[in-house]
Design a protein around this ligand. Structure first.
Ligand SMILES: Cc1ncc(COP(=O)(O)O)c(C=O)c1O
Length: 426
């Protein structure tokens, strides 16, 4: 077969783009080379429906071992009792938990998408809002913090079967204990979707959801710095507390119901090459180097937030506990769309984002979301955050001056030369 230069040229261009730009998309990161090598390896050729030791195909004795390693390592990372490493993505992980414990039409309660929640937490355009009956809580207009009083009020009124906490654009920690108290009162399960801050939770830098939530889901490619994928986890105390039954009316272990929900419930063959990469990433997370990384992410986020506030940018909730922040640009008279597009031309990549109680459409928005996991992987520390914020401010203060935007792009390229990315790739 001839080498497909057309595609490999594009892959090379993408490598150059990643190398020379400042990556501030809060949900992105750079995996290690070995994580990428596993994803590009022979395990992509293997069918392995089922679970280690109980597959529907022959020849699974090796992938059984990588999958078991991934399970064991992620359980060690979070000190938890159960893990399913097969979900192809964070959305799949959430779908599987819903399928395991909910019936169509059951009520769910999640953070409103426009307040920082995720599509899979009940949005009407997503399966979660179509199959189940979604209800929402919000953040307070004045503080930008989750409105727990309202969450409790809606929970008591609607008696949802599932309360979902976690978000895509929320910079503060979660009070899992408080959510569990009201869940117990109304007979609801609690799902903590820690897709975003999982790497910080793994290192004890944020509240631990496993002490309070029945289920924990995550992506593996954000602050966990692994391959693109998902995972479902459970703490130690929550083996089917409500006596849920399978299709035949038998009470099953919750771990069994979750496994069955992933396969055969919503997925076919697992991506064993990605699972091997997850095993490597979880091994990396167990290292001291990752502990330092997670601390640096949190310190960098706080340094970036301070630098932004010093330049009169308005951060929702006034700051950050985790790896990201949401900036309301209305006092600068710039839309999120325009900011994203112009910053892109200066090779500073981030996303426009609705701010709570936004008066603009989701295609325009009043805000931008900034995250530091990727630039922290590149080796940046607090002092570099000031420089990054200065670049952002130079672009936004010269939003219609293409010459200055092009000058910033040149300065960004020069700046990024200090932080080599995948030097082994030439
Ligand atoms: C909170 C949350 N949950 C789930 C997901 C979905 O993950 P994926 O894109 O892997 O399906 C995301 C992705 O951004 C997220 O932020």
């Amino acid at each position: 077969m001839q080498r497909d230069n057309q595609v490999f040229d594009l892959i090379n261009q993408e490598l150059q783009r990643q190398r020379q730009g400042i990556e501030l998309i809060a949900s992105e990161n750079f995996t290690s080379l070995q994580v990428m090598q596993a994803m590009g390896g022979v395990m992509t050729n293997k069918y392995a429906e089922g679970y280690p030791g109980r597959r529907y195909y022959g020849g699974c004795e090796i992938v059984d071992q990588t999958e078991q390693l991934a399970i064991d390592r992620v359980k060690q990372v979070f000190n938890c009792a159960y893990a399913n490493v097969q979900p192809h993505s964070g959305a799949q992980a959430n779908a599987a938990v819903f399928l395991a414990v909910l019936q169509p039409g059951d009520k769910i309660l999640g953070l409103d998408l426009s307040m920082g929640g995720h599509l899979t937490h009940g949005s009407p355009v997503n399966f979660s809002g179509k199959i189940y009956e979604p209800h929402f809580y919000t953040v307070e207009k004045e503080t930008g913090l989750v409105n727990y009083a309202q969450l409790e009020e809606v929970a008591r009124r609607e008696k949802p079967r599932m309360i979902v906490c976690g978000a895509s654009a929320y910079s503060r920690d979660w009070d899992f204990a408080r959510i569990r108290r009201v869940a117990d009162e109304v007979g609801a399960f609690v799902l903590a979707d820690i897709a975003h801050p999982a790497g910080l939770i793994a290192k004890g830098l944020l509240n631990n959801p496993f002490d309070h939530c029945h289920f924990v889901t995550s992506t593996t490619h954000k602050t966990l710095r692994g391959p693109r994928g998902g995972v479902i986890l459970m703490g130690t105390d929550f083996e089917n507390p409500m006596g849920l039954k399978d299709l035949k009316g038998n009470i099953r272990m919750m771990s069994n119901l979750l496994d069955m929900a992933v396969f055969p419930g919503i997925q076919g063959g697992p991506l064993e090459h990605v699972i091997a990469a997850k095993a490597i990433a979880f091994g990396e997370i167990l290292s001291d180097e990752f502990t330092q990384y997670a601390h640096q992410v949190q310190k960098n986020a706080q340094a970036a937030a301070k630098a932004l506030v010093d330049l009169d940018y308005h951060i929702i909730s006034g700051g950050t506990d985790n790896h990201l922040m949401l900036i309301d640009l209305r006092n600068k008279n710039i839309t999120g769309k325009k900011a994203q597009e112009t910053l892109d031309r200066a090779h500073i990549t981030l996303n426009k984002n609705a701010v709570p109680y936004d008066d603009k459409s989701p295609f325009v928005t009043s805000g931008i979301r900034i995250g530091v996991p990727a630039i922290t992987t590149r080796g940046m520390q607090e002092a570099h955050m000031v420089q990054v914020v200065e670049f952002i401010d130079r672009v936004l203060m010269n939003i219609d001056n293409e010459t200055e935007v092009a000058n910033v792009a040149k300065d960004v390229h020069k700046f990024m030369e200090q932080f080599p990315l995948y030097p082994e790739l030439g």
